[in-house]
Design a protein around this ligand. Structure first.
Ligand code: ATP
Length: 606
């Protein structure tokens, strides 16, 4: 049945050699990947799996390594309710639903319970399920909608589990309920791909660039398998494929910013909202993606409407910040209001309660032209030509600045007008759009860098320490890490227990429970032993007074001093959960090292 066309419209797996590969091979790799304790071991084990995968199946297996069955941005929602999965398991294992539910409660994990029940019911079952059949059926489960869909989903899953080995059942159940957290970052998979299908890990940057402009690991892998690195280099920006966001570095002094940007820059207001990338495809459809590649058009139908009316090109990729904005009063509102709107259910009510505007700052593609390779001033001119502004569709306010005083004035004006500060952008000939990079072509200057408490960082929760005394039963402190993108590893920088309300403290254990691990996750680098580890997943905004060197923390280890890393002193949670950020979008260890160096250059107390 592999290769049959599915109702879901996804690319079907080719017949031929790929069709015979057993899902058991993937399940065994998952099992091994869960056990390994270092990133190199992850790369090796993944490489082994990819080397054993025929070309026709490589894209599918890459998605499976991401815990997906299609590229992330496709929004294929497997998230089956656990209750339904338990019923399917009961059918497949020949037990009652109540017994299956009790096993799940006892094991504390659906996957493990499934493995145990099938081990009892079908211990000798040989592995027979091809990857292609599994993935095709999962697509059918995801696509089932409308009347009777619950029954169809249940039947399809029970059918799969009825043929699965216990190990396969473990991962199938986790995958369909959205709980397959393998803790493998995309850079790690790219390393393995480069090792198997290119000249080694040194070729990862070529693959990375391609991934950054299409956000589709399967597409990159398929191109690599079919035509080698040359084919990967041929991949182009295309509406419908999100481009990974270009990001900003940070500095606190206008003079330093100008020095970095060659003496002149465009000073754009930094709006405090949600960044979206709008894709207008040839069929006239407009889709909005967040930085985490979620589709959010349904949350912002008013933004889609404004774009439909005001975006000229027939095909385009545009970026902007959705901000809570009262167009009549010309007033910007704080970030919290947009997030509130995103969480609301009744969209018409939310639209009335929290009106928003889109402040556009980038045009990456227009009518067949890839603009990402053009310098910023040309992109900005193209953006201005492509957009007919309206109350809800604006361009970001931008001025040119060539002196620290001019930059300072622009900054103060931005803050007065309700913005966070500025994004200062290079206007030089090399100022291309760097997809997925946090380079020095954009430098942000924010209000909080200038306060006494200096700076905020977005850090990832990787562990927790049990509370004592008044905090008994909740966490006393969280172990937090910054991201090291070169190594695709999270390195610790501080322990934080301050700034959380009682309600937040009470809610944290449940919020973090799906990420909890008994042993240190492979991509976490730490020298401490917290009471519980977490797979990197939750990002918090943390205010810190000071960075110091420390033998206890591993961020920027050895970079500033031998046998020492960076530690953040007196950290405090600002109350802002950065749910808009993936762990890989957190503050990097390089940024923290830069902040430390800058602070060292300043006289004390300034
Ligand atoms: P922060 O937490 O400071 O918002 P971030 O890590 O989300 O930063 P950065 O790339 O460091 O992202 O800072 C730039 C962010 O600011 C963009 O991702 C975007 O969401 C927002 N932004 C607001 N106004 C602008 C603008 N005029 N140009 C570019 N980005 C802007």
């Amino acid at each position: 049945m592999a290769g049959a066309s599915g109702a879901t419209g996804h690319v079907m797996i080719e017949r031929g050699e790929g069709a015979a590969v057993k899902y058991e091979v993937v399940a065994e790799a998952y099992r091994d990947l869960e056990r390994v304790s270092g990133r190199l071991a992850l790369i090796e084990r993944l490489a082994q799996l990819l080397a054993a995968t025929p070309d026709g199946l490589l894209a599918t297996v890459c998605y499976l390594c991401q815990g997906l069955i299609a590229p992330e941005f496709a929004g294929v929602d497997l998230g089956l309710a656990e209750k339904l999965a338990v019923r399917a398991l009961a059918t497949a294992a020949g037990t009652g639903a109540e017994d299956a539910a009790a096993s799940v409660r006892e094991a504390g994990d659906l996957g493990q319970a499934g493995e145990q029940l099938l081990a009892a019911a079908a211990a000798d079952r040989p592995a027979s399920l091809p990857v292609a059949v599994v993935v095709d059926t999962l697509h059918q489960i995801a696509a089932a909608a409308g009347q009777g869909s619950q029954g169809r989903k249940l039947g399809l899953l029970a059918g799969l589990l009825g043929q699965a080995t216990p190990l396969e059942a473990r991962y199938l159940l986790r995958l369909v309920t959205g709980n397959l957290r393998l803790g493998i970052g995309t850079p790690t998979i790219l390393d393995s791909l480069a090792q198997v299908h290119a000249g080694g890990r040194a070729d990862r940057p070529v693959l990375e660039r391609a991934y950054n402009i299409c956000c589709d690991l399967g597409k990159v892998a398929a191109a690599l398998a079919a035509g080698g690195l040359a084919a990967v280099e041929e991949l182009r920006v295309q509406p419908g494929n999100p481009v990974r966001a270009m990001l900003a570095q940070r500095l606190s002094e206008p003079a330093e910013i100008l020095a970095k940007l060659g003496g002149r820059c465009a000073a754009e207001y930094k709006y405090d909202g949600v960044r979206v990338q709008a894709h207008k495809t040839a069929d006239g459809q407009i889709e909005l993606y967040t930085r985490r590649l979620e589709r959010v058009s349904s949350q912002f139908p008013d933004v889609v409407e404004a774009l439909a009316a005001g975006l000229g090109p027939a095909e385009a990729i545009l970026e902007g910040e959705v901000v809570a904005y009262d167009a009549a009063a010309g007033e910007l509102h704080p970030f919290g209001e947009v997030m509130f709107r995103r969480r609301k259910h009744g969209i018409s009510e939310a639209m009335a309660d929290v009106p928003v505007g889109l402040f556009c700052f980038e045009l990456l593609y227009a009518d067949g032209a890839d603009l990402t390779r053009l310098p910023y001033p040309r992109r900005r001119a193209a953006l201005a030509a492509a957009v007919t502004v309206s109350p809800q569709l604006r361009l970001t306010t931008a001025t040119e600045a060539g002196t620290p005083a001019a930059l300072e004035t622009a900054f103060e004006q931005a803050v007065t007008d309700g913005c966070e500060g500025l994004v200062c952008k290079s206007v030089g000939p090399a100022a291309v759009y760097q997809a997925g990079a946090r380079g020095w072509l954009w430098i942000k200057l924010k209000r909080d860098y200038r306060t006494e408490l200096s700076d905020t960082a977005d850090l990832v929760v990787v562990g927790a320490f049990a509370g004592r005394g008044r905090r008994r039963g909740v966490y006393g402190a969280l172990l937090l890490a910054a991201y090291d993108p070169a190594a695709d590893v999270f390195r610790t920088v501080t322990k934080c227990g301050t700034g959380f309300s009682d309600a937040e403290l009470a809610a944290l254990p449940a919020r973090l429970a799906p990420l909890a691990r008994a042993v240190r996750p492979a991509r976490v680098d730490a020298r401490q032993q917290p009471d519980v580890w977490f797979e990197p997943g939750l990002v918090l905004e943390i205010l810190s007074a000071e960075l110091t060197l420390s033998p206890t923390y591993t961020a920027a280890w050895g970079q500033l001093k031998d046998d020492a890393g960076l530690a953040m002193r007196f950290p405090r949670f600002t109350g802002r959960y950065r749910d808009d950020k993936a762990p890989e979008d957190a503050t990097t260890t390089g940024e923290l090292a830069g902040l430390y160096r800058t602070a060292q250059r300043k006289p004390a107390g300034s």
